[in-house]
Design a protein. Structure first.
Length: 249
């Protein structure tokens, strides 16, 4: 008989689960090889595709910003490109937002707590670019979320989704099992031994869309110019970025 009394996590309880690990999450991702470099690449994919309107300052959204690693990647990519843009970070976890907003490098960012699936009711305005890192797996109504993002994207605006996807490849699924049980879950046990969030991460990736299936979902959701990138290195075939755009007209 199992003696594991840790609560079960589902899409509706993910923000609360991240509250529980907010204080140690930065340590966790810092110990994960390649995490920051991969997110920086996706942030640059947003910035290099931003539409520009003369005389108007761009607005960029980090949706599901967590403790701010992806937000910092966005800010750095904008600075590297010499773009003065307004950056907004949104997350459902109050604990993660406290961690993100406490970082001196993110003082210029406006943070807000909101449900990603109710984004259009949050009165945040429109954005020229949206980055979501490791968000879509944690949302039950993925098509609805795509619709919400499409509505807040300005015409011509760009979306980059950064996440795991292993359904299309048996080799990638086995590599994911090895990644989780060899790296992620042991690190999670060391940094947050009472939390089930990292076992949930393992299961959520296995249940997520395939790479092509998610690209098709973006097309069906009314986005265009959908393209797929995958990371290189030890997580090749596991971590991907999908870039898409709202039509200009």
């Amino acid at each position: 008989m199992s003696t594991d009394t840790r609560p079960t996590i589902n899409a509706g309880t993910v923000p609360d689960a991240f509250d529980d690990v907010a204080e140690t999450y930065d340590l966790m991702v810092g110990l994960s090889p390649g995490y920051h470099a991969q997110v920086r690449a996706s942030a640059r994919a947003v910035v290099e595709a931003l539409p520009t309107t003369p005389g108007r300052r761009s607005r960029v959204l980090d949706l599901g910003c967590g403790s701010g690693a992806s937000t910092l990647a966005l800010v750095s990519a904008l600075d590297e490109a010499g773009i003065d843009a307004e950056v907004v970070g949104v997350d459902g976890s109050a604990g993660m937002l406290r961690s993100a907003s406490s970082k001196p490098a993110l003082r210029r960012v406006a943070f807000a707590q909101a449900d990603a699936e109710l984004l259009t009711s949050s009165e945040l305005g429109s954005f020229d670019g949206v980055l979501t890192a490791y968000l879509f797996r944690n949302v039950a109504a993925r098509d609805r979320l795509i619709g919400e993002i499409r509505e807040v994207l300005a015409p011509g605006g760009v979306l980059v989704v950064h996440d795991y996807s292993v359904r299309d490849s048996l080799a990638s699924r086995w590599a994911w099992h090895a990644t989780c049980w060899g790296v992620i879950i042991p690190l999670g046990m060391a940094t947050a031994p009472r939390s089930p969030i990292y076992r949930y991460l393992w299961r959520s990736v296995l249940a997520f869309d395939g790479v092509r299936g998610f690209a098709d979902r973006l097309w069906r959701g009314g986005l265009t110019e959908v393209e797929i990138r995958t990371v290189s290195g030890w997580q090749a075939g596991q971590v991907h970025a999908w870039r898409a755009r709202r039509a200009s007209a």
